[in-house]
Ligand binder design. Structure first.
Ligand code: N01
Length: 540
């Protein structure tokens, strides 16, 4: 007998939401305040904040500029909240999300310390039945996952880790009390956006930091600093304009992408424009030309400029060469931004290991052994990223119609319609799921669009007396083909080791997961689907 359907005491809601980060908080607000539904958010952590609850590593800071990295649904919230820096640090974003939870009285419908173990669709009752690790049971007509795209830590399976005598940490599961690096020899594995933020801050305290680099990476200076009061005032005065710009932009950021092409610009002028963009810093560096991600020749000009900056910054040319030996076009992997990352390698207590030349063989009780050397280390920091976009969803046993699991449905990689739904899983919505723009954009913009679309969809179902919505298999196949075609129209698939493709997790199917057609275009497609009576979905 199925324990889930026979349970005497599930608690019933109109909707269950998994996760209390940016997505889950706003989904709760929309369904409760706009549609008057009963909603419960189930959250594994003992606080709200999602990614900003977990990622407390040294230097953790948002790469989006603060005035764009926030909700836009409430003018009052925008007016009230004051960001202190150009880019908000992790504690500040976490404070903001806690403020939102209080400001909109969300906590009363959030259950913390509550990890969802399974979710099964009960076809007879047209309900999702959810069970937590602690054996609590819930049931609801709608199940909405807001589990984040980067929430399942990827800890590489390096032999010997179990026997390591020092302490080790993954950046995405950082201890709340922090880590004291004073007088410690630290080994950091990983040089993605996280590692590039962490290394300078760790180096400031550690006796010695050894950075183990597998793939060399570009980085542009963030140029962080306190928020200028005059700029803050202007941002508040022009907020509606800024919001409009974010909504019309392909990446959801509050800046415009130039209409100029690198390949059509005179080399001296191009260099001057790159210099200017370098001085401004941050993710907007990419916006200096419109063709960087679609034309290899254009991309080469940016890549060469950035490599030359590395060589000019790093004192030891041999170290500079290892850092600048980058094998993929600029921005085909998520481009990091930094505060003094390359400068860190000029410090006497920092060294670099090129794992391409000298790979890690194992972890020893007292450090790391590469093919040719042993490194004595007290602390290991894994800045090794995430089982992105699908990892957390697939850890939950999700079972749809006819007992088919999400794991089976996605055995060859994630397949969705619009990143919002999977055929065979009625009334299940995935906020910023694979196949949606998500990680290729400024996340809060993508999240607000998804949450509002889901809310409008549920409202429309109510108005039409529909009790279930499910993507068709054809719509899913067509969407997957469209996502692939959009990816192939860019240089992005050229970074074969990117987590966008799932390539960072051994055995994970190689599928380009986020939607690379642009947030503005995606927003229009979703609006058109709704206007056409939810074409591609079956409503019953
Ligand atoms: O993870 P990553 P991340 N041996 O996967 C290396 C977001 N983010 O946590 O490239 C040795 O990018 C791996 O090497 P390689 C942002 O979207 C946002 O840095 O696979 N090395 C790589 O160098 C970002 O993209 C903010 O060859 C190993 C690194 O570890 C995403 O999070 C801030 C290895 C992992 O890089 C993930 O970034 C920071 C192994 N076995 C991050 N396995 C914001 O601003 C992996 N590596 C909001």
């Amino acid at each position: 007998m199925d324990m889930h359907t026979s349970s005497p005491d599930p608690r019933y809601y109109d909707a269950l939401v998994i996760g209390a980060g940016f997505g889950g908080l706003y989904q709760l607000y929309c369904l409760r305040e706009r549609l008057g539904m009963s909603v419960l958010v189930l959250e594994a952590a003992d606080g709200v904040g999602g990614t900003w609850y977990w990622n407390r590593y040294p230097g953790a800071r948002c790469d989006s500029e603060s005035h764009g990295y926030c909700y836009t649904f409430s003018d009052d919230l925008v007016r009230e909240w004051e960001w202190s820096e150009r880019y908000p640090g992790q504690p500040e974003v976490l404070r903001y999300l806690n403020h939102v939870a209080d400001r909109f009285d969300l906590r009363r419908d959030i259950r913390l310390d509550c990890r969802v173990k399974s979710a099964r669709f009960d076809e007879v009752e047209n309900l999702w039945r959810v069970e937590t690790d602690a054996g609590e049971r819930y049931a609801a007509r709608f199940l909405i996952t807001a589990v984040g795209c980067l929430s399942s830590a990827n800890i590489p399976d390096i032999p010997g880790l179990d026997g390591f005598k020092g302490d080790w940490y993954h950046t995405g599961e950082w201890p709340h009390q922090g880590v004291d690096f004073t007088a410690k020899r630290v080994g950091q594995i990983g040089t993605g956006s996280t590692g590039i933020q962490a290394a300078p801050v760790i180096a400031a305290d550690a006796a010695h930091l050894t950075v183990f680099q597998r793939t060399a990476n570009y980085s542009v200076p963030a140029r962080n600093g306190p928020m200028d009061p005059a700029i803050r005032r202007q941002i508040k005065e022009r907020y509606h304009e800024i919001r409009e710009a974010m909504h019309l932009s392909p990446n959801g950021h509050p800046f415009l992408i130039s209409e100029r092409k690198a390949v059509e610009t005179d080399p001296a002028e191009r260099e001057a424009l790159y210099e200017e963009a370098w001085e401004k810093g941050g993710l907007r560096f990419r916006a200096v030309f419109q063709d960087l991600l679609v034309d290899q020749a254009a991309n080469d000009t940016a890549s060469e400029f950035l490599k030359s900056k590395i060589m000019a910054t790093v004192d030891d040319p041999a170290v500079g060469e290892i850092l600048a030996k980058i094998d993929h076009p600029f921005a085909t992997k998520r481009p990091p931004i930094d505060t003094d990352y390359f400068e860190t390698f000029n410090l006497p207590n920092v060294s670099l290991v090129d794992l391409r030349a000298d790979p890690i063989e194992c972890i020893l009780p007292n450090g790391i052994k590469t093919r040719s050397r042993e490194f004595d280390l007290d602390i290991l920091v894994f800045a090794t990223g995430f089982d992105a976009m699908t990892g957390t969803l697939l850890k939950i046993e999700i079972e749809g119609r006819d007992g088919r699991t999400l794991r089976e449905a996605w055995k060859e990689g994630p397949r969705t319609y619009l990143g919002l739904q999977v055929d065979g899983f009625p009334n299940l919505f995935t906020v910023t799921g694979p196949g949606s723009p998500s990680v290729l954009t400024n996340m809060p913009v993508a999240i607000e669009q998804h949450v509002e679309w889901i809310t409008d969809c549920i409202a429309a179902m109510r108005n039409n007396g529909a009790a279930s919505i499910e993507a068709t298999a054809d719509a899913v196949s067509d969407w997957v083909a469209h996502v692939n075609a959009c990816a192939d129209a860019t240089l992005m698939p050229k970074a074969g080791h990117s987590w966008y493709l799932g390539a960072n997790v051994p055995g994970k199917p190689r599928v380009f997961m986020p939607y690379p057609g642009g947030m503005h275009r995606y927003r229009e497609i979703c609006a058109q689907v709704a206007a056409n009576a939810y074409e591609g979905f079956v409503l019953r």
